[in-house]
Design a protein around this ligand. Structure first.
Ligand code: GLP
Length: 241
């Protein structure tokens, strides 16, 4: 079951970064799953600060990002890869060969997904997975209705998520219609999970996901069954709990 930490908006990024930073200090060769999105920008920046000012060492970790927009190159400023570089990887001392991503431009996405999963396995699995939550309860790009046993694949992005992401892409028509993503099963295999949510717009879904029934209609609800889930919410997102 989960432990829920509620913090003020001002404390959110630092608290989340403390969790991830402590884990890296404990297990310097950790395999960390990162998530992009508005929620994690501050976490990444704070981790970068901890590297610069406190010597937090990324030299032995491996990173595996959760997902990527299908069809976007890593040079596209809104690709997950590009944003991770800007916010974290380009600043800290993670070796380039330790940064792992699903390639949004893979010619054979099914093969890309199998190879990504195989690499995760070869390196011993994800030790610590950071996840955000969509306003409809999605995790990674696993939209409502996705079976809990789903593994990595190319998926359609729901209308609700397209709307939520429209601000980044200059309108809904600019948002890629598909994503390449780890599946719910992959997420649940992580040894520890950190779920992050902030803002009033996440309040309702956080309550449903953590206190409602476990159902594929709310993909994040499966996280209730993970033995080592930590949740950090700000006061707005946690208001309904
Ligand atoms: C996106 C990503 C998720 C992310 C979620 C929440 O669609 N695929 O990995 O966690 O939406 O994003 P945000 O933090 O911007 O609310």
């Amino acid at each position: 079951m989960e432990s829920v930490i509620t913090v003020t908006r001002a404390e959110f990024d630092r608290r989340a970064a403390e969790e991830v930073g402590d884990f890296i200090r404990e297990l310097p060769e950790a395999k960390i799953g990162f998530a992009t999105g508005a929620t994690t920008v501050g976490l990444h920046r704070e981790l970068a600060r901890m590297h610069r000012e406190e010597g937090l060492d990324f030299g032995r970790i491996h990173s595996f990002n959760l997902d990527e927009y299908a069809g976007l190159s890593s040079r596209h400023p809104f690709s997950c890869r590009y944003r991770m570089e800007e916010q974290l990887f380009g600043i800290v001392n993670i070796p380039r060969r330790h940064i792992h991503f699903l390639n949004g431009e893979a010619v054979d996405p099914a093969r890309e997904c199998r190879e990504y999963e195989a690499l995760i396995d070869v390196l011993g699995g994800i030790d610590y997975q950071v996840v955000g939550i969509g306003t409809n309860g999605h995790i990674a790009f696993n939209e409502p209705g996705t079976p809990f046993h789903a593994t990595a694949g190319v998926v359609d992005i729901s209308g609700r998520t397209l709307e939520d992401k429209a601000y980044m892409f200059g309108g809904i028509s600019g948002v890629p219609k598909q994503g390449i993503t780890l599946g719910i099963k992959n997420v649940m295999h992580a040894r520890r999970i950190l779920l992050l949510a902030k803002g009033t717009e996440k309040c309702e879904i956080v309550k449903e996901a953590l206190q409602g029934p476990v159902t594929p209609d709310i993909p994040a609800s499966i996280l209730q069954l993970h033995p080592r889930l930590t949740v950090i919410v700000d006061e707005e997102a946690g208001a309904g709990l």
